[in-house]
Design a protein around this ligand. Structure first.
Ligand code: MG
Length: 347
């Protein structure tokens, strides 16, 4: 008998692994409108859709408690899930939070974590309705599930992009990654010299973008006020490049984006310069910005361009044209997924 080849998770990648493990499931319930493969699952409740998403955050993989205050962590754990609900064009209503706790945490420390959860719930008007707690031997584990609702005609999937649609991006990109780089740098300097005092002054913007992201419900409201329902949408968790490729794959299309139209804050450019990094790199591949990428018909150009904080960065092309980044000199470079990947991330 031939030996069965053992595959490593790393060679399969996070998304390959999800596809592989979930491909054998069939849909048995009529109410299951959409399962795995978008920002959230969609359940048909007749009069409306319900959207559900869940995230698992592990100490040492997704967060580092050396520089992440617990209150910020609780806040971020909630809002990143709300961001996925918004990315379906939904309104979050409830969250559940489950935690695995090792014995190094005091009650006071956990109160901090839950204070962050409470602040996020209050700010985004969602109710915390349950969860679970357990002892853990491997550090802190947090799992949040968010539940939202939406009107059926407003559902926006990754698969809805159409040829010639405009590709829009909210806010600015790459700041969260540069915030993380600053925190990692200060951590290393502190490890080398315990007397070293971290110097975080002047980095407020990028640090806040990493430690306390805000999902873009304001953009959804502005789109609604302008009468625009996006054709396809995703939130930026892995980086513009990876997340736009998700839209292209699901919509079976190509895309063309222009490097000089990608929004990057001045602070991000400055910090990228300190690391001798081209600012476009964190903007394309950094991730964790929790901005929205969405597509709209060409006819919406004037209306969408008038919304503050929305940038038209390119357009949807035919699938065979591939996904391309066009530079100022007119060169076209293939867009590649190099985003955040929990199974291969270093440092
Ligand atoms: Mg998402």
């Amino acid at each position: 008998m031939a030996a069965r080849k053992i595959r490593t998770i790393e060679e399969m990648g996070e998304f390959g692994l999800i596809d592989h493990l979930t491909s054998g499931f069939s849909t048995l319930q009529e109410s299951t409108k959409l399962g795995v493969g978008d920002d959230a699952a969609v359940i048909d409740h007749g009069a409306y859709y319900q959207v559900i998403t869940t995230d698992l955050l592990l100490e040492g993989i997704h967060f580092d408690l050396v520089y992440t205050p617990l209150k910020h962590l609780g806040y971020k754990a909630v809002v990143v899930n709300l961001s996925d609900i918004y990315a379906m064009n939904g309104a979050p209503r409830q969250v559940t939070i489950s935690v695995g706790i090792s014995d190094k945490f005091s009650v006071e420390a956990l109160e901090e974590l839950y204070e962050g959860v409470r602040l996020a719930c209050e700010r985004y008007r969602v109710d915390m309705v349950g969860g679970d707690t357990s002892a853990s031997v491997t550090g802190l584990i947090i799992s949040v599930t968010a539940i939202g609702t939406l009107r059926k005609e407003e559902l926006t999937l990754r698969s809805g992009a159409k040829l010639h649609n405009l590709i829009c991006v909210s806010g600015d990109l790459g700041a969260a990654f540069m915030g993380l780089k600053i925190l990692e740098r200060e951590k290393q300097l502190h490890a080398a010299d315990p007397g070293f005092q971290p110097e975080l002054k002047g980095y407020d913007y990028v640090l806040e973008r990493f430690l306390k992201p805000e999902p873009r419900v304001d953009i959804l409201l502005a789109l609604k006020e302008s009468g625009i329902i996006p054709k396809a949408m995703i939130d930026v968790s892995d980086g513009l490049s990876s997340d736009l490729l998700h839209i292209c794959k699901a919509s079976r299309c190509g895309c063309q984006i222009y490097d000089d139209r990608i929004p990057i804050a001045d602070e991000t450019r400055k910090v990228a310069g300190e690391f001798q990094m081209e600012p476009l790199v964190p903007a394309l591949h950094g991730g964790e910005d929790y901005e929205l990428i969405f597509t709209v018909p060409l006819s919406d150009f004037d209306r969408v361009s008038a919304i503050p904080g929305v940038h038209v960065v390119g357009n949807i092309t035919e699938e065979k044209a591939g996904a391309r980044l066009v530079t100022g000199e007119g060169r076209a470079i293939p867009l590649q997924a190099q985003g955040w990947n929990a199974f291969t991330r270093q440092g």
